[in-house]
Design a protein around this ligand. Structure first.
Ligand SMILES: [Zn+2]
Length: 397
């Protein structure tokens, strides 16, 4: 759902100022004028907001503030595959700003298309390196790292941790940082060189956390208003919803509930010397099936499954969100109303899932693993510790 918030001139200036502190992203590899940043966005129906980050490119590359109009922006869909990756090679991209899953998707595309790409380059510009590149592809499987030298990646939108190893292997991406921002809040939190949680800038906001127990009470008791505690008084390991108050003049946020679940990493001094608390975003939500770039409401899947009537109806279901290697994996467990043919009911469930477009396009394009379907005639009999059947379970932090 598109959304907008008003941002005043002074607020914009302050947001940019706090953005500059993220230039430490380039401490380990100082920028050069030759650096080219590539932002990868996803087409509809995927969630993607990296288009709004173009201001950040110049900051990252050390050029200081710029207006939106000053940028060269080339936008391609990852579904354009070969043209996009070919452009990335030609422009000698060295910095990524993207969702980690999309950058891995490009790496997979490069691996598949390396021979075609190398041949095309050989045709248009016969040089020894091109010939070499072409010959290499005929002998060994070429990786993205052989074609593009990217030194730094700034990632947001989904947890970076599961992708770090794969990014290093595919791109030789040595420096990867997680970042968090939102349309409403505008200020970005980022990881430091410790790569263990994002610093929450206490001079830019008053962060609070609604602990998990309070969220459960709110879910179970109608009209209950949960208590929040200041983030700087929380304990490492605490989990809960992030609440933010900022000092914006035009559109101030006062105890704004972000709907994002966080885990507190530490509130003491970081080994990097900064004293701002560190958090990780858990990307879990009771109302949202969150598969990184692919997200849809739990209501959508409830409707899809509860519409099944052949060979019987579904009496109980559970969605589990996990991962197969680095790719998000959705597992759907259903309890049919009566004992039925397993193949038939699985086909019905698959048909219901296929109607969720973002999910279908996601696995068809290999951005997520193909959903797995299981039948369990005892589903719902074994209750969770809270005594309730949970329709959506996240298997990882
Ligand atoms: Zn730090």
């Amino acid at each position: 759902m598109p959304k907008w918030v008003p941002v005043g001139g002074e607020d914009r200036f302050n947001n940019l100022q706090s953005g500059y502190r993220l230039l430490y992203f380039l401490d380990k590899h100082p920028p050069s004028p030759d650096d080219v940043a590539l932002g990868v966005s996803a087409p509809a129906p995927f969630i993607s907001d990296t288009g709004a980050w173009s201001n950040f490119f110049h900051e990252l590359l050390g050029y200081g503030p710029k207006d939106f109009g000053d940028f060269e922006r080339i936008i391609f869909s990852f579904q354009d595959g070969i043209e996009g990756t070919s452009m990335a090679i030609k422009r000698k991209v060295s910095v990524f700003i993207a969702f980690p899953s999309l950058v891995m998707k490009i790496a997979e595309g490069l691996k598949e298309n390396a021979p075609i790409l190398a041949k095309a380059r050989l045709k248009e510009n016969f040089k020894f390196v091109n010939l070499l590149a072409y010959l290499i592809t005929r002998v060994v499987k070429i990786q993205a790292r052989n074609l593009v030298k990217v030194h730094t990646g700034v990632f947001a939108g989904e947890p970076l941790e599961p992708y770090r190893k794969a990014l290093l292997e595919a791109w030789n991406l040595q420096h990867t940082y997680n970042m968090y921002t939102s349309t409403e809040f505008q200020i970005s939190f980022g990881e430091c060189s410790e790569q263990n949680g994002m610093h929450v800038w206490l001079d830019a906001c008053l962060p609070e956390i609604i602990p998990q127990e309070e969220l459960s009470k709110e879910r179970d008791q109608e009209g209950y208003t949960p208590d929040a505690i200041p983030l700087w008084e929380s304990q490492p390991g605490d989990e809960g919803e992030l609440v933010l108050t900022n000092f914006a003049k035009t559109f101030p946020l006062i105890r704004w509930r972000t709907s994002d679940l966080i885990k507190v990493i530490d509130i003491g001094e970081c080994p990097c010397g900064r004293t701002h608390p560190r958090i990780n975003i858990l990307q879990r939500s009771d109302d949202l099936v969150n598969l990184g770039v692919i997200r849809f409401s739990t209501f959508t899947i409830k409707e899809a499954l509860e519409h099944i009537s052949k060979p019987t109806t579904i009496s109980t279901w559970q969605i589990r969100v996990g991962r197969k290697t680095y790719k998000p994996l959705l597992t759907v467990i259903v309890r049919p109303e009566t004992i039925v043919d397993e193949v038939e009911i699985k086909e019905s469930v698959q048909g219901a899932l296929d109607k969720i477009e973002t999910l279908r396009v996601g696995w068809e394009n290999d951005l997520i693993s193909k959903p797995m379907i299981f039948i369990d005639y005892n589903l719902g009999d074994r209750l969770s510790s809270s005594g309730k059947h949970r329709p959506l379970v996240y298997e990882e932090n």
